[in-house]
Design a protein around this ligand. Structure first.
Ligand SMILES: Cc1ncc(COP(=O)(O)O)c(C=O)c1O
Length: 389
């Protein structure tokens, strides 16, 4: 490693690939008998799409899930040759590239079947038909399901498409007791029966995201699609934390203090001076802000671990920086603070940040921007031999 590379960084998100593998193994055990699709959209929920996909495959993920075509194609370019499912396209997108790359695609309307059929070149399109079971996002509503099936059956007969799956998405699996889950499951089961009455025997049926993989076994069918749990975060937030689910949060967000100063009681902090020091205090400048994905809503409260204690962001979070109240700590510029991590060493978690910002852990990790380098370690190799990949 060159001298330049070994210089301490301003801030970094350390991602433990052993945690990703552990979570995939745990989720596979929770969905015995079903295949597992590790969902790596949005740059692997901020963790880095390709390294996460590799780690998930190593732990036995049968499928990788991507939202958009660029993600799916980037996975192929990175050398992933296994099953990849991609479900979000708009009219006119280059479906031919994805079909030639052997990527499984979704169709939720007859016109999407037509677009797929037209895009076919040397190999048939692998298609999963989407039924809208009640979330009113993508997919055919039950009234339009037979028309979608007829279009798919027609193109399957021409050899241009292969119907590989029937699928849907749950709106409320983070509330396992919600009756919406039962209702969506019933609609899904009916849709499968309707498809069968048209002679469709799709190999894969899939409905379950993380919440359902963990709490609703009746939704597993033969393929589950966990996203957030792959990263060790609980889809249930503080109501059922990761540790209780046997999951290990993979990401730790750290920064080095850019400046430290002692201020007198009464000193105002950051834009709008929304916080005033109630006593003489030591303030630390953290070189991260909403331009890096820290939620501005966590101003005056975002938690930080510094010098072994829990401290808080004071004043407004700015675009590139924010200020932590270190009280009377013996602090120095260059010292490291931890914004969130697994929580096992007393540091805040992504759930703590989510609470401070009035959002969900998904958003905390996913919004971290490209200015923050991701560093990959493998705790299974021992902490002193943490491998960078
Ligand atoms: C279609 C689809 N399947 C699976 C997932 C994974 O969801 P979760 O992260 O809640 O497990 C998502 C993410 O929102 C999704 O859009």
């Amino acid at each position: 490693m060159s001298t330049h590379q070994s210089r301490p960084v301003r801030a970094e998100a350390v991602v433990d690939l052993a945690a990703i593998r552990h979570n995939v193994t745990t989720l596979r055990a929770r969905a015995e008998g079903a295949q597992l699709m590790a969902v790596v959209k949005a740059d692997g929920y901020g963790h880095g799409m390709v390294p996460v996909a590799r780690a998930a495959r190593e732990a036995g993920a049968d499928w990788i899930g991507a939202a958009v075509l660029e993600e799916a194609l980037a996975l192929r370019e990175a050398g992933d040759t296994g099953p990849i499912f991609c479900w979000l396209t708009t009219p006119g997108e280059p479906l031919e590239d994805a079909i030639e790359a052997g990527i499984d695609l979704s169709a939720g309307a007859p016109w999407e079947i037509d677009e797929l059929a037209i895009a076919v070149q040397d190999r048939p399109a692998r298609v999963h038909l989407k039924i809208d079971t009640g979330m009113s996002r993508g997919g055919a509503v039950p009234e339009e399901w037979p028309a979608l099936i007829r279009a798919a059956v027609r193109e399957q007969a021409t050899g241009r498409i292969e119907i590989k799956g029937i699928w849907s998405h749950l709106a409320s699996s983070d509330e396992p007791k919600s009756t919406a889950n039962e209702s969506q499951l019933a609609t899904f089961t009916e849709a499968i029966e309707v498809a069968e009455s048209f002679g469709i025997d799709a190999e894969f049926k899939h409905l379950a995201n993380s919440g359902a993989t963990l709490a609703l076994p009746e939704t597993h069918f033969n393929l589950v699609r966990p996203g957030v749990a792959t990263y060790g975060l609980s889809p249930f937030g503080h109501a059922l934390p990761s540790a209780e689910l046997g999951l290990r949060p993979a990401m730790t967000l750290k920064a080095r203090l850019a400046m430290v100063k002692r201020v007198p009681a009464g000193a105002g902090v950051s834009y709008g001076l929304t916080w005033t020091a109630p006593r003489p205090s030591t303030l630390g400048l953290i070189p991260l802000g909403y331009g890096d994905g820290l939620p501005r809503h966590a101003s005056n409260g975002g938690p930080v671990q510094a010098y072994g204690a829990r401290r808080a962001i004071v004043g407004r979070i700015c675009m590139d920086q924010c200020v932590v109240d270190l009280e009377d700590d013996d602090a120095a510029a260059g010292d490291e603070v931890v914004l969130f991590g697994p929580g096992t060493a007393g540091e805040p978690t992504a759930d703590d940040w989510a609470d401070a910002a009035g959002t969900i852990n998904y958003e905390i990790v996913t919004r971290l921007g490209p200015r923050i380098p991701r560093r990959y370690v493998d705790s299974a190799l021992g902490s002193t031999a943490a491998a960078e990949r």
